[in-house]
Design a protein around this ligand. Structure first.
Ligand code: NAP
Length: 323
């Protein structure tokens, strides 16, 4: 069992920034990186809106820079997965990973969120062979092809517009007749000749080629008329929101109705000594820059919390014994 001052669960921008700040505070944080170092950023082709990089940079490069920056100040990044936690007895908190057990004085949860799945036949089978959740990662493979995008929010439109760089046509399938996305993005999509819309429709099945070569069509159902149609396509990009990675916490941290960890302005969860930052507690902004800011704040709050706790423990030690 390893005893640590700070354990950070997750290695996206929030986690690696929290690692940098707690490392600079001499707390030698341990980052449990999860299945993918850097989280979703690691699969982002290019980041053009992170301040200080006017020419943009790739997601993997930014992650590598953040990791080595934190490590330079003493953070340890472990390529491991959290299996379970026990926060019920307060600090120190028990964390079990695939390869280790930890007792941590404080914990910063930055475990992120994953793209939501449609849950229809064919979806899992064709991931990587026509089904994708990342335009920037996979768009290049759909040069000169006709593809569909599922969803009606900012992500669906932003990624759909991006995908027109590669695809011949992009058909956006939305379950209502009104988009959730912001007006500016809507205008850009409506003005794009390569983009068309299929309204009031849901994907019921993703159909593969008979020869096994990938996706050939989607089966759609119109929610108003009930009519079913087969729409030929070679690619299905799904952008229907995200699901927060809250599974390992069970009912040990308070979550909101959508499953995101509830924090206060100091990024404190309802468990004293456990903090959360990034997409596991932010379902709105979801930007690298906002996650970096949240990771900074959570780290500073954790540092203050540890200092206050140590002062209290020292005062208790110094107090004359009762009686
Ligand atoms: P979102 O805003 O939650 O939109 C999800 C979309 O998918 C909605 O249109 C929803 O339909 C649809 N949907 C959900 N479940 C579905 C299902 N099972 N089947 C079919 N359709 C389904 O998610 P998001 O677009 O990923 O955006 C998340 C947050 O990030 C938002 O706050 C957004 O503003 C922000 N964001 C901002 C930018 C930007 O500013 N450039 C870019 C990307 C994301 P309904 O509309 O019917 O609910």
């Amino acid at each position: 069992m390893k005893k640590e001052r700070v354990v950070i669960i997750g290695s996206g921008p929030a986690g690696l920034t929290a690692a940098l700040y707690t490392a600079r505070a001499q707390l030698a944080p341990v980052v449990i990186a999860g299945a993918q170092l850097g989280g979703q950023v690691a699969i982002t082709h290019e980041i053009e809106n992170y301040p200080g990089f006017p020419d943009g940079l790739s997601g993997p490069e930014l992650v590598e820079r953040m990791k080595s920056h934190a490590e330079n100040f003493g953070a340890k990044v472990e390529f491991d997965l959290v299996e379970s936690v026990d926060f019920s007895r307060g600090s120190p908190f028990y964390i079990k990973t695939l390869g280790e057990e930890y007792l941590a004085d404080s914990v910063i949860v930055t475990i992120g969120a994953d793209p939501r799945k449609l849950g229809v036949p064919g979806e899992t089978e064709y991931v990587g062979a026509g089904v994708s959740y990342c335009g920037t990662c996979d768009g290049f493979f759909f040069r000169g092809k006709d593809i569909v995008v599922v969803g009606g929010g900012d992500s669906a439109l932003e990624e759909g517009i991006f995908l027109t760089r590669f695809a011949t046509s992009v058909n956006i399938i939305h379950r209502r007749d009104e988009l959730r996305a912001g007006v500016q993005l809507q205008q850009r999509a409506f003005n794009n000749d390569k983009i068309s819309f299929t309204w009031n429709s849901v994907v019921e099945e993703i159909i593969g080629c008979e020869n096994g070569g990938g996706v050939s069509a989607v089966r759609l159902k119109n929610r108003v008329t009930g009519e079913e149609t087969i729409a030929p396509t070679e690619g299905v990009f799904i952008f229907i929101g995200h699901d927060p990675n809250n599974a390992v916490f069970g009912d040990q941290i308070a979550l909101n109705e959508n499953g995101y960890i509830i924090t206060d302005q100091r990024y404190r969860t309802n468990v004293d000594g456990v903090f959360a930052a990034g997409e596991i507690q932010d379902e709105i902004w979801r930007q690298v820059a906002t996650s970096v800011g949240q990771g900074t704040s959570a780290a500073m709050a954790a540092i203050q919390w540890l200092e206050a706790r140590e002062e209290t423990l020292q005062e208790l030690d110094a107090a004359p014994a009762a009686g």
